[in-house]
Design a protein around this ligand. Structure first.
Ligand code: VGL
Ligand code: ZN
Length: 197
């Protein structure tokens, strides 16, 4: 028997460095964690796949200012800053996927991420037969946006969890514009009360 699971959850980069006090701390980045935990619980209850992405950089990468990029060093592999925030709760069945290991690339999208066996996110979704990807986490204007757009390009339906995302906002409107762009490209905005699995 082939089990087809239509819905999957992607929680992007809820790591210490993206939360207040971190190297690239998003203001109130940690405030969305209770909402994220509620979504995780619901997917878990329904035995649906949960993907937890992490930014996972080497010490030296073109992604960092020091080597020609735009960002201060953050989420360096095996540092406290790269660890998931202590308040983020996910079951052991959740699949951790890592991105940003290539020192030549920014890799904002979860579609650049692989699991612990090196299996690409896209392949994992196809193995499960996923049609709908529910996306939340950090940062609205980078990982969330790039992952959502890639998912739409690949033919997945995208449900954007508007009560469970927060952005960097290098420019003040970046997050709002990112949400508008995702919607323009076909993503649907939902809040926890709208969740139907
Ligand atoms: C991200 C900034 C720098 C992200 C990664 O994945 O959202 N943002 N590196
Ligand atoms: Zn990064």
């Amino acid at each position: 028997m082939v089990v087809r699971l239509k819905n999957a959850l992607l929680i992007a980069d809820v790591q210490n460095d993206f939360c207040p006090g971190g190297k690239l701390g998003i203001s109130d980045g940690d405030k969305i964690i209770p909402a994220i935990n509620k979504y995780i619980k619901e997917f878990s209850k329904n035995k649906l796949p949960i993907f937890i992405s992490r930014d996972w950089h080497p010490k030296k990468t073109k992604h960092f200012k020091k080597f020609g990029g735009v960002w201060p060093a953050h989420c360096v592999q095996n540092t406290k800053g790269a660890e998931f925030h202590a308040k983020l709760k996910f079951p052991k069945e959740a699949i951790i996927i890592s991105k940003g290991m290539d020192p030549e690339k920014d890799s904002y999208s979860a579609f650049d991420a692989v699991d612990s066996n090196g299996c690409e996110f896209d392949n994992l979704l196809r193995i499960f037969g996923i049609k709908n990807l529910f996306v939340g986490g950090l940062a609205t204007d980078y990982c969330v946006k790039n992952s959502a757009i890639d998912a739409l390009k690949k033919g997945f339906k995208v449900l954007l969890l508007v009560d469970a995302v927060k952005g960097v906002n290098l420019k003040p409107n970046d997050s709002d514009e990112a949400i508008d762009e995702m919607v323009r490209r076909g993503a649907r905005k939902i809040s926890f009360a709208d969740l139907k699995l």
